[in-house]
Design a protein. Sequence first.
Length: 489
Amino acid sequence: MSTSSNGSPTVKFFSGEDIPLELHKVRIVQKLNLIPIEERHKAIVEAGFNTFLLTTKTVFLDMLTDSGTNAMSDNQVASMLRADDAYAGSQSYMRLEEAIREAFNCRYFLPVHQGRAAENIISKTFVKAGDVIPMNYHFTTTKAHIEINGGTIFEIYTDEALKVKSTHPFKGNLDIGKLKDIIKKYGADKVAYVRMEASTNLIGGQPFSIANMREVRQVAREHGIMVVLDASLIGENAWFIKQREPEFRDRSIKEILHEMIGLADVTYFSSRKVSSTRGGGIATNNEEIYKKLKDWIPLYEGFYTYGGMSIREVEAMAVGLIETLDESIISQSPSFIRYMVNELDRLGIPVVTPAGGLGVHIDAGQFLSHVPQTEYPAGALAAAYFLVSGVRGMERGTISSVRDAQGKDVLADIELLRLAMPRRVFTLSQVKYATDRLHWLFQNRHLVGGLRFYEEPPVLRFFGGKLEPTTPWPEKLVAKFRADFGNSL
Ligand code: F0G
């Protein structure tokens, strides 16, 4: 095994082909359903053209998210059998604390039932009405929790972040100049904290560099401001740092994680992502901060030693966190993502580059350039892609945004269809199928039209909202599919 020029641990093929190799074997399998397009049509209509509302019976490849869907390892599953079920003081929790010390180098830890629960507790504790929270980019639940506590977020990404085609290795970097401007404008006492998100989700799973995080830390420290790190995708960010930041080429993932987390005052995460289980947590080395956060845990989550998780999940999380230190595990998603991104790019399909962590991100604004942003091109593309392939992606565009005080859509910076690549779940031929159907859809993109809401929840509308096509475009797409593919599924 060697490391390829672009860094992923790959085996060189005699043919010279650059393809990712599964560094694991499949020992438990789950049957998938690939139903005919006519049935998928019915399913997407019933789901209000919202892929969140599909049932998995109708889905072939579920690329909605990597949250709670990464494959667990044999060691994780085995660990669940030794769970020491106890309301308080479980030995399983002691093992989790040990794993946090080893992987994150943090003394204090608070378990929570998932990432957004950590966001609730951090926002409740540190955000007051009128506060501002600068960050490299928001995540939907993060923003909602900050705003519900009266805070305002500022996304101070660099100019490169929203460029679809880029070769910048660290599009998740925070713009230090803009950070200084915000502190000057609002005053340091109004800045609740600066938030850095590892492998920045909504701009395409793009990492930040340690050099950037060091600068953030320095500016924050000069003004007595806390740095909060969202570590939900920290394994992948650490992996990219090792590949792309020369100072860290020869450092272990563990050393890189310790360096990143050492630059934050508080680190929180969704364990549904980082350790392939459920749950989440908040880690710190600052006793004062720990004490401030601690009291909310029994109120919102559960006792300090389970935090809303089952003890089995606590065990599996401990093992999963240690596995995050293994390059052959954390490189799996990024190397499959890179493969698919390169293929799509080669086919001329507008895809976010460089390949990031989390998934493949398609620029729906370009893909469906004839669909106005007010008719939700990313949502339309997600629905159309499911229709023609059974692959379920997620809209990350204006539907995931909000309305302003006048009731008008706040148009998203960028309309993305996200195709998540859960860790060690899909095979290469499945990825090839997903690529092939997207290619066909790109050739037939002129057939796809827009969407409009007919049921719209006031908060996080993308989860439960229902939409309908603005024209009968799905019927046309089904007819063209049948004409081209005959009776193929
Ligand atoms: N922070 C980030 C960066 C996330 O990606 C997520 C979840 C959360 C916080 C919230 O964590 O779901 O455990 O409550 N992201 C999922 C996704 C939902 O599909 O990207 P949670």
